[in-house]
Every structure is written in structure tokens, then in C-alpha cells.
Design a protein around this ligand. Structure first.
Ligand code: SF4
Length: 394
């Protein structure tokens, strides 16, 4: 796939994107190379306003639950995993995961994002039992879980097709699949950072295709800034856009920059705000068939995250009641619902909570009853996340 920059002018490319005419991968490469940040932001903001309510910016309340940190892979960019047999390896008991769900509900949450390392000893029945336990105990919580590397490993272990693994998990309660493990969907880059074994680019995309065929929506992600060429980022976006043309199953495109502390790649230079906002804006201009784009306050900090709402993003992502993977690489942020709403308001948008699949907006009244029921589950470390705006119920 050639994604060499076209020789078109930046102005002509921006005119096309703003008018709703699809731009090519080569055009996107040209914008990444030569686009002026403010011009890109203004154009991306116009596209964002065409695809989404220009007055509103959304966020969600969910929790990243990493049920295990044991992993058979050793991605060079990862500071989270522990090898099988390591003293620091863990596998959370179902009840402990249940407690985390209760705390999520107590904080007005609507879903969990559950993914692990890729544990070598867990058969498909482990995942089915976990999903059934959660769905039967907490029917209200949305289960967004098990990214393509986990699906691939289960398929290999059980000698099943990707489609059949996903069908079994769906039957047990899985409601959508997170786009984790995509990093950069270019095999040469994946080989460099030791992410090829967990899924090749084609495998990652095919697992998402099979999820969409199963009727499950998924997100698409991109983690960049690992020393790859700009062309690789463009190729990644092209492949996601192509699959979206085919299936329409991606809800959102979520990109963030590699965080290097405590990884084997600490020498890779950090990606700063200018490059982040440029990439965000270009992805909005290029990914014309993916409706929602998140801004990454978790890796960029709250202020740049907020600014992302003016560079093409329509969503601030989650308040992050718990996050273990990025924070293992030295970046730790979380925020309360009140602070999230304040950030969105002060950027000039009306803040609205949404569900995991962006299919509807959530009011405080929607979540109040469950929040009150589980209020006692809020742990000391998360008391500051309890919303002062929560209606008192019961
Ligand atoms: S990124 Fe995921 S698959 Fe790779 S080592 Fe870390 S936990 Fe394992």
C-alpha cells in the first residue's frame, strides 16, 4: 500500500475534506507533513460539526478492569505485563471484579472495559463464566471486553475460528469489543516492537470483521510515536477506513501517543502536543466514515485533552475510575464527573454523558438509583470521584 504524499496543495486538500469529498491516504500524508496546525484544527472542527452535534461534547463513565497482568507476549512498549510464573502476576477472582463493577455503578458508570494480558492457561469457558457471572449479577452494566490479541489466543488454544469464539462470548454476555492491540497496523512496525505475534495487522482487522459479522460493534485504536514513519500512521488509518467501508462496525477512532516510562523503549523521544493535535485533526479529516473521535486526556493531560475538542474530537472518553496499562508507563490521570463536565463546558460545549456504544445520552436521573444502591462500594481512593451533582435517591 503506497501512502506517499500527494503533490496537491494543503489548501485544496482541506477544501475537499471540509466539503465532504473524501481525501486520499497520500493527501493525509501531505497534511501531516505540511499542514499548519491552526488550519488543520479549523478544518477538522468543521468536519466534526458536520458529523456530530456542534454544541455538545460527550464523555462516558466506565472502568478499565485488567483481570490479569499475566501475558505470554512481551510487547516492547508495554510496562504492564508480567511473564507467566512471575511473583507479581495476578488473576483477579470474579468477586473482586464484581466489587469493581459495583464501584463503577456507584460513580454513575454504565460500562466496563475489561482486558488483560494474554494469559496462557485460560480456556474459553473461563471467559464465558466471567461474562455470565457479571451479566447475571449486574445486568445493567455494559460489557466491553477482550481485545483481538485475547480473541486470537483463545481461538488458537481451542482450535476455533475467530467468528465462533466471538459468537460464544457474545452468547455469554459480551456486548462489544475494544480496539486494543492495534498499535500501528503495519507489520514491519509490529515486528519492530514485538507486537506481531499477538496479532498481525491482517489478524487484528479480521477479528474486528468477524465481530462486526457477529453483530458486535467495536472501537478502533491507534497508538503511535514509537519511532514509526508518518507513512505507517497513514497506512493504519487507511486500513481502518477500508474495513469501516466494508462493515460499518466501528463506533469510534481512539488514538493516543506511546508513553515510554518503564518500557524497553524509554529512549524513544516523547511525542508532544503539536504532533498530537496535528495527528488528531488529520485523522478527523481522513476518517470520514467513523463518526466519533476521542481526545486523549489520559496521555496528553487535561488541558491538551480539552483542546482536542477543537481539533476534531467530539468525545473526551472516560473519567477513568481505574487504569493500569498507561499508568504503568508513567502517566496517571483520573478525574471526577464534575471536573469532566467543567472541562467540556469551559471549552464551549454542553457536556453529556453517553453509553459505551454512543447510542444514547445518559442523564444523572438514569444512573441515580444504582449509584445510590452501591454507594457503599466506593473505595477510599475513589471518594473524590463521587459527583457533588448526584441527585439524592432513597
Ligand atoms: S501490550 Fe498486551 S499483549 Fe503486549 S505485552 Fe502488554 S499486556 Fe501483553
Amino acid at each position: 500500500m503506497s501512502c506517499s504524499p500527494t503533490d496537491r496543495s494543503v489548501a485544496a486538500i482541506l477544501d475537499d475534506a471540509v466539503a465532504g469529498r473524501r481525501i486520499s491516504a497520500g493527501d493525509a500524508h501531505r497534511l501531516l507533513l505540511d499542514g499548519d496546525l491552526i488550519d488543520l484544527g479549523l478544518a477538522a472542527d468543521e468536519v466534526r460539526s458536520r458529523l456530530n452535534d456542534p454544541e455538545v461534547a460527550t464523555y462516558n463513565i466506565d472502568r478499565n478492569i485488567n483481570y490479569t497482568n499475566v501475558c505470554v507476549y512481551k510487547c516492547r512498549f508495554c510496562a504492564f505485563y508480567r511473564e507467566p510464573g512471575d511473583d507479581e502476576g495476578y488473576l483477579l477472582p470474579f468477586e473482586e471484579i464484581g466489587k469493581k463493577v459495583e464501584e463503577t455503578l456507584a460513580l454513575n458508570g454504565t460500562g466496563i472495559l475489561m482486558q488483560g494480558g494474554v494469559h496462557p492457561d485460560l480456556p474459553i469457558t473461563y471467559y464465558e463464566d466471567l461474562l455470565r457471572y457479571l451479566k447475571s449479577t449486574y445486568p445493567e452494566i455494559h460489557l466491553h471486553a477482550f481485545s483481538p490479541p485475547e480473541i486470537k489466543f483463545i481461538a488458537k488454544l481451542e482450535r476455533m475460528s475467530f467468528y465462533d469464539v466471538i459468537a460464544r462470548l457474545k452468547d455469554a454476555g459480551l456486548q462489544s469489543i475494544p480496539g486494543g492491540g492495534a498499535e500501528i497496523l503495519v507489520d514491519s512496525v509490529r515486528k519492530d516492537v514485538l507486537a506481531y505475534g499477538k496479532t498481525s495487522s491482517d489478524e487484528w482487522l479480521d477479528i474486528m470483521r468477524q465481530a462486526h459479522k457477529n453483530g458486535l460493534r467495536t472501537s478502533a485504536t491507534m497508538m503511535y510515536g514509537m519511532g514509526e514513519e508518518l507513512e505507517a500512521r497513514v497506512e493504519h488509518m487507511q486500513r481502518v477506513r477500508d474495513l469501516q467501508d466494508e462493515t460499518g462496525g466501528f463506533t469510534a477512532f481512539i488514538s493516543w501517543t506511546f508513553q515510554h516510562d518503564h518500557t524497553e523503549m524509554e529512549d524513544v523521544p516523547e511525542t508532544f502536543a503539536h504532533e498530537y493535535l496535528t495527528t488528531l485533526a488529520v485523522s478527523r479529516l481522513f476518517m470520514d466514515n467513523v463518526r466519533h473521535l476521542q481526545t486523549s486526556w489520559v496521555t496528553q493531560g487535561k488541558k491538551i485533552g480539552q483542546l482536542g475538542l477543537k481539533f476534531g474530537a467530539d468525545d473526551m472518553g472516560s473519567i477513568m475510575i481505574e487504569e493500569n496499562v498507561v499508568s504503568a508507563a508513567g502517566t496517571a490521570y483520573k478525574m471526577s464527573q464534575d471536573e469532566m463536565e467543567h472541562l467540556i463546558l469551559s471549552a464551549g460545549f454542553e457536556p453529556r454523558q453517553r453509553t459505551n456504544l454512543y447510542e444514547r445520552l445518559v442523564t444523572r436521573e438514569d444512573t441515580a438509583e444504582l449509584a445510590a444502591k452501591y454507594r457503599g462500594s466506593v473505595t477510599a481512593g475513589n471518594r473524590d470521584l463521587v459527583s457533588s451533582l448526584l441527585p439524592v435517591v432513597g
